[in-house]
Design a protein around this ligand. Structure first.
Ligand SMILES: *Cc1c(COP(=O)(O)O)cnc(C)c1O
Length: 360
């Protein structure tokens, strides 16, 4: 197998231009109280919610590379899309303004929640991002096919207005439009390297990583990093939107593009992409009792706040996997906290309702 050394992998990542935006490394800590409470494997957390850009999150790692790429292409605007309370869009807008790029956000209404200036949408508003709200199918993440017409229209409009827009698809994951390389995933290969260095320094032998997966680059980057360094770590993506076959295909595709970009040859098999879709439950962005309880559990045991759409679902999944005996007692599981906490506030009604029911 063509495994490579850590310094070599770092050097390959460093060939891609990068703008410093965030504070790294993010903390890597043991969740002592949670591990004891669940009585299963040792659980650690990688706190990518603490990247420091507009409340933090995994998207800010991606944007270090994406903003550098946009500036390299002479762009003066960045245009992307996602759902109304998108962490990706807020993080993109926050990164863009610092480098003088105009943020243009196409926000699709994927839930029946009436748009108010709250959570991420409030942040977008304060940033004075150019916001375009569009209707979309509910309880699902908008696909590229669905978003494409609105997207192309806005790109053309910006060009007519004399702008040079940098266009990037949802989550900064799938290469295409202005982003020719899978920069989002490359940033998560770098995150994997960062975490492995922390784990090695602390003599922690990671066996699994559990995280919320959405547009695919986070999982692809972690899988490529683990494979390249020959670390026997199972990366488990908890889908918050798509069924697992479709999602695993997306991750697999991004893995391939990432390996090509970094000239890594190690073969990744489709069977090595682990996606669980049974925690989506009622759909994208829809809470359930297990999620509300997981959010409360992590906050009360470890003083760490999760979000309702991504990390709350991923933590509910992790708890369920521990309870179902998925892990061995001597495994070490890392929960990757991918951020998203501003979305907690627009969900206050659903969340308090579910926690009230729990009491009865
Ligand atoms: C976008 C997002 C994810 C998923 O990351 P992808 O790289 O899009 O798969 C997970 N958690 C949060 C909080 C996010 O905003």
């Amino acid at each position: 197998m063509s495994q490579i050394k850590l310094d070599d992998l770092k050097e390959r990542i460093n060939r891609f231009p990068r703008q410093r935006l965030i504070s790294l490394p993010t903390p890597f800590l043991k969740l002592k109280n949670l591990s004891r409470h669940l009585g299963g494997p040792e659980i650690y957390i990688k706190r990518d919610d603490l990247t420091g850009l507009a409340f933090g999150g995994n998207k800010s790692r991606k944007l270090e590379f994406i903003i550098a790429d946009a500036l390299g292409q002479g762009a003066d605007a960045i245009v992307t899309w996602a759902s109304l309370q998108s962490n990706w869009c807020t993080q993109t807008a926050a990164a863009a303004v610092r480098f003088g790029l105009k943020p243009v956000l196409i926000l699709f209404r994927t839930s029946d929640i009436v748009p108010e200036y709250d959570g991420n949408l409030l942040l977008d508003y304060i940033l004075a991002a150019d916001i375009r709200i569009k209707e979309a199918e509910k309880r699902k993440v908008v696909s590229e096919e669905f978003a494409r017409n609105s997207f192309e229209e806005v790109i053309q409009e910006l060009k007519k207005g004399g702008r040079t827009p940098y266009a990037v698809s949802v989550g900064g994951s799938m290469p295409g439009f202005s982003m020719k390389n899978p920069l989002g995933a490359i940033s998560y290969v770098a995150a994997f390297v960062e975490m492995i260095e922390q784990a090695r320094a602390d003599r922690v032998n990671i066996t699994h990583i559990v995280h919320a997966t959405g547009s695919g680059a986070t999982q692809a980057g972690l899988v490529v990093g683990a494979k390249a360094l020959d670390e026997k770590i199972q990366v488990i993506g908890i889908s918050v939107s798509d069924e697992k076959q479709a999602f695993a295909r997306t991750v697999f595709e991004i893995c391939g593009a990432t390996q090509r970009a970094l000239a890594i040859k190690s073969g990744i098999l489709k069977e090595e992409i682990f996606v669980f879709d049974e925690y989506i439950k009622n759909g994208y962005g829809i809470l359930n009792r297990e999620v509300a309880e997981a959010i409360r559990l992590l906050f009360t045991k470890e003083s760490i706040v999760l979000d309702p759409v991504y990390t709350g679902k991923a933590m509910a999944a992790l708890i369920d996997l521990v309870q179902r005996g998925y892990f061995k007692k001597n495994d070490t599981v890392v929960f990757l906290h991918t951020g998203g906490t501003p979305a907690l506030f627009p969900y206050r009604q659903m969340l308090t309702q579910l926690l009230e029911e729990e009491k009865k």
